[in-house]
Ligand binder design. Sequence first.
Ligand SMILES: [Zn+2]
Length: 384
Amino acid sequence: MTPDSAALDQDELFRYSRHLLLPEVGLDGQRRLKASSVLLVGAGGLGSPLGLYLAAAGIGRLGLVDFDRVDPSNLQRQIIHGTADVGRPKLDSATDRLRDLNPHVNVEPHATRLTSANALELAGQYDLIIDGSDNFPTRYLVNDTCVLLGKPYVYGSVFRFEGQASVLATSDGPCYRCLFREPPPPGLVPSCAEGGVLGVLPGLIGVIQATEAIKLLLGIGETLAGRLLLVDALTMRFRTLTLTRDPDCPVCGTREITGLIDYEQFCGITQEQTGMTQDPADITPPELAQKLARGDDFDLIDVREPREWNLARLPGARLVPLGTLSQVLDTLDREREIVVYCRSGARSAHAKGQLQAAGFQRARNLTGGILRWSDEVDPSVPKY
Ligand SMILES: [Zn+2]
């Protein structure tokens, strides 16, 4: 950062006048913000308030990474997008909104998924990295990238009514792997798409992340480095846990990890679970519709949660939430064909694996789950 190079014109002086009044920011601080750059991963629930407040604050360069499109179900919390944006790339919608909010900010859209192949090069162009994603592979990828580059990682996550935030990978603070050495087994921790999230919660956590980013760039106050903030929106209790660096941490401690790895594999996510490939024994929604119409003899098992079952279900299915599957194995016929399904096909791929391991050789997964069923067989089944 070279604050001297960032002069403010009359428009900017007026725009940022409430910042200039603060002794902790002032003209020097505002020029420092203009000279700084942030990479924001994800233009979704966390990315919405992050992008809006960072742009409003006058960060000089704001990089955005996203590859998704705006869906109507995003609008309950992803307030950077509007109803007219449905179907557009989130990157386009967010870029338009941010440029309108503050034309003095250089918004730099990166239409890609952050991967091991591009993360070091992308993140290397920015002062700090903020994770607005919602999955474990990206968290470990962002963490390792930040540790390897020596750049701070502003972390946040939300689920249902609970959120977390921290500042990780600072020069003397812990990293994400110091907290969570291993990712949870795939399928164990449901995503927001599966378990739901209170719409305002990513707003709350994203604003905390934006606050921490601005403090880091200004070099003021006391950040969440070395602390994990836990927010429970139902009781509105905020707790902070003290975090320490783990000397045995493979990335920031022993430094045995010297390059980026395959984070999907590290997190135990198979290609099948990401929907990239399909086991030939699996079944597509139109094939399942034919089986149902023929009256074939098989068990159809829904491994989602009861709340999801109430939103949408397939005809003739039986509800066995994934977490309870192991308890009902003895009630199932090992010789009979079983088709398992969930919302997207990811949890049911996990269920199929459990069934096959328990001797159910005729277990098949419905690829694409309810979402694809709605697209290809029956649009009256709601996508949620
Ligand atoms: Zn570490």
